[in-house]
Design a protein around this ligand. Structure first.
Ligand SMILES: NC(=O)c1ccc[n+]([C@@H]2O[C@H](COP(=O)([O-])OP(=O)(O)OC[C@H]3O[C@@H](n4cnc5c(N)ncnc54)[C@H](OP(=O)(O)O)[C@@H]3O)[C@@H](O)[C@H]2O)c1
Length: 347
């Protein structure tokens, strides 16, 4: 493998916000496995004990993994202490409760993004900053949308809808979430433009994330979608007739690459991976678990027509991972299901 000459040396401290989360715990794992130290922000250390008692036990024992408590990302100066002495920041935490009331989600998500940037600005040790955005910050991943997404594409429609449509419709929570990702990522780039920070900034924009959950608590997150399909619980899934599925470890590796690669600056790294729908995933499940009884194929499934250039993301996965591009969907499905089935069998 060629010499990679990372932006920050191994042993440097990396801040990962919302480290209890499905994605952030995998981001932390990537850095720890590469020889970096990780400080993870948590809302409640008690609910995060699985990280230090189990998944990152040896790293916690050696002092390579530690917590910083940040009870609410929207509190002014929430991250001021957490950023002390860190060389890089991955701001992964976001309000993902799909509350349909925009006033409960959008201003807070933006405030969190700006406040961690402001904290970083006062900390000379910070060299790299990565914001976890989403495909939905750029466009609505829905059938009939033929947008070609590039560096300057924004899902402004979601912002307008979030504030104008009925907040008493539970389905509105998805639009509000989309708008929060648009507004927070825009706030990040506005900050870069206006404040010209001493650190470099990138965003990672994943589609629907699937793959290995590190803890049972992730069964309540998107890590549960494939399990819902397995359980014949398809009412929610049927609302998305097509998607792009990306592996959680690929998303985590792109965070690592965005921090460590000297050639990546001011990028919005799209991470969409496989165009598919729930029937494609059902077909994989039937192969993997032939004894299990599955639902018939879902009606109305189709393919998305939005497109983007993922050449840089794919090159980074090759450079900073041991794989040739995206993880195959079959592997993602299996790595998503096997731990969940294992936990179920020990209940
Ligand atoms: N999963 C996907 O398919 C997907 C796709 C595109 C982008 N993303 C983005 O990926 C990131 C992680 O999502 P995820 O799927 O890993 O969700 P997750 O498992 O629910 O993790 C969310 C994290 O954010 C923390 N958090 C939520 N509200 C907070 C608040 N008010 N103050 C402080 N921390 C708060 C949570 O803390 P607790 O553990 O205490 O609840 C948790 O650690 C988010 O930025 C999301 O927008 C996800």
């Amino acid at each position: 493998m060629p010499e990679l000459n990372p932006t920050i040396p191994t042993g440097s401290l990396v801040l990962v916000t919302g480290v209890t989360g499905y994605v952030a715990s995998q981001v932390a794992k990537q850095f720890l496995e590469r020889g970096y130290k990780v400080r993870g922000t948590v809302r409640d250390p008690k609910r995060a004990s699985w990280l230090v008692d189990d998944v990152f036990k040896s790293y916690a024992a050696s002092g390579d993994f530690e917590f910083a408590t940040v009870p609410d990302l929207a509190t002014p100066s929430a991250f001021d202490q957490a950023v002390k002495g860190v060389a890089a920041i991955c701001h992964v935490a976001s309000i993902v409760n799909f509350d349909p009331e925009p006033n409960n989600v959008i201003p807070q998500t933006v405030a969190g993004a700006v406040s961690i940037m402001e904290a970083a600005l006062t900390e000379p040790s910070v060299k790299e900053f990565v914001y976890t955005s989403s495909i939905v910050a750029a466009t609505i991943p829905a059938p009939g949308n033929v947008t070609r997404v590039d560096r300057s594409t924004w899902n402004d429609q979601a912002v307008q809808l979030a504030w104008s449509a009925a907040a008493d419709d539970p389905k509105h929570g998805s639009v509000v979430y989309q708008a929060s990702k648009v507004e927070a990522e825009k706030a990040i780039w506005r900050f870069v433009e206006e404040k010209k920070p001493h650190f470099s900034v990138n965003s990672v924009c994943p589609s629907s994330i699937m793959g290995e959950p590190l803890d049972r608590s992730h069964i309540g997150s998107p890590a549960a979608w494939i399990k819902q399909l397995y359980d014949r619980n398809v009412a929610f899934l049927s609302r998305a007739p097509a998607l792009f599925a990306v592996d959680v470890k690929d998303v985590a590796r792109l965070h690592l690459a965005a921090v460590l690669d000297r050639g990546v600056r001011n990028e919005r790294l799209q991470a969409w991976s496989h165009p598919c729908n729930w029937n494609d995933i059902l077909a994989i499940l039937r192969q993997l678990y032939p004894q299990h009884e599955f639902v018939e194929d879902l009606r109305g499934m189709t393919q998305l027509e939005i497109t983007t250039d993922q050449t840089l993301s794919e090159a980074l996965l090759r450079r900073w991972g041991s794989q040739d591009g995206w993880t195959p969907l079959k592997q993602t499905v299996q790595e998503n299901m096997d731990p969940i089935l294992g936990w179920e069998s020990t209940v």
